[in-house]
Write a new protein. Structure first.
Length: 333
């Protein structure tokens, strides 16, 4: 896949000439819903957003190929502790399949290696789609970010080295045909963790007997987060820092599907210090609040609550303080 080099005259590089006060890193806690443009890698998009917010720490919640557009949630600061919850969430996509041509990468960025006639009708295409709903074994693409012996699959592929790729179980929750204009078809897909839409497109093509590759892809949702609420890099660059900060979701937006438990501030402190608490709730992973402030995620098992991931607590101002104080900031950036 082709990486896009950053232009030296682009806004992403403008901080090279700004005064030190404008480039000094700062603490930012929250979640940015970014609408990634086509042609930019997920890491390049992440780094541009991180520079714009001058954030100390940032990470994204699931790679989009340079070819793909759409929702790329970016976590800043304390939000990175809970990014794994989005990695495990269902994802939704709009995909365009080009039938009759197989490529080296499974998408439009690769070279065509085989062409076959397309004889399937719309009804036959929809019949094949229905076969892919449910749990299935999927072989990851040669050009993927999975690792073997410390190297990404795509590194081996670029060097022409074939490696054994083992099928993994994935889940297709639903798939539907949106538009048919043979040899292309637009489909919507909702799937579970670890599903490669490129591999799905190739498998559909093989099931039709004509081959296929992915010619366009947009991620429309990750869990309950949707691209309709996302913002582009161009819009971010045109805003002031205060306006950008106002676009961030609070940290607990990542965990709002979990059951909520409110604790007294003293109990939340104890939980954050590693102490277990008695809890009459049933077994579950829960989001914990100290008063009205989000404090972290805990797990309840057998009537006992233990911390999983908690927000950082402030250091005590005096050495003789018995306990640290929870940061009262609501982590909205």
């Amino acid at each position: 896949m082709t990486e896009v080099a950053a232009r030296t005259d682009s806004p992403a590089n403008a901080d090279r000439t700004l005064p030190a006060s404008a480039t000094e890193r700062r603490r930012v806690d929250g979640v940015l819903l970014l609408d990634k443009p086509r042609g930019l890698s997920s890491n390049a998009a992440l780094q541009r957003a991180k520079r714009l917010f001058r954030a100390y720490k940032a990470g994204h919640t699931g790679t989009l190929d340079p070819l793909a557009t759409g929702l790329l949630p970016i976590c800043f600061g304390e939000a990175t502790k809970f990014a794994n919850l989005l990695l495990d969430a269902d994802k939704a996509y709009l995909a365009t399949l080009h039938l009759g041509a197989s490529t080296t990468t499974g998408d439009a960025e690769g070279e065509i290696v085989r062409e076959r006639p397309v004889t399937a009708s719309r009804d036959e295409f929809e019949d094949v789609l229905r076969r892919f709903v449910g749990r299935m074994a999927q072989t990851p693409p040669r050009h993927s970010a999975l690792k073997r012996d410390g190297r990404n699959y795509y590194e081996y592929a670029r060097r022409g080295i074939e490696i054994e790729r083992f099928p993994r179980e994935v889940s297709i929750v639903e798939i539907a045909l949106l538009a048919w204009r043979s040899p292309e078809a637009d489909v919507s897909v909702r799937c579970g963790k670890g599903t490669y839409i490129r591999a799905l497109a190739e498998d559909i093509g093989e099931a039709l007997g004509c081959g296929a590759h992915l010619s366009a892809l947009s991620r429309t949702a990750v869990g309950a987060l949707t691209v309709a609420d996302a913002v582009s890099l161009d819009v971010l660059e045109a805003r002031t820092e205060a306006e950008r900060d106002a676009m961030l979701l609070p940290v607990d937006a990542l965990v709002d599907r979990l059951e909520r438990i409110d604790l007294a501030v003293t109990d939340a402190r104890r939980l954050g210090c590693g102490q277990a608490l008695a809890c009459a709730r049933g077994d579950a992973v829960v989001r914990v609040y100290a008063g009205s402030a989000f404090a972290g995620v805990a797990e309840v098992r057998g009537g006992v609550m233990r911390a999983r991931r908690m927000l950082a607590q402030e250091e005590p101002r005096r050495r003789n303080r018995a306990a640290t104080r929870l940061n009262p900031k609501r982590f909205s950036g």
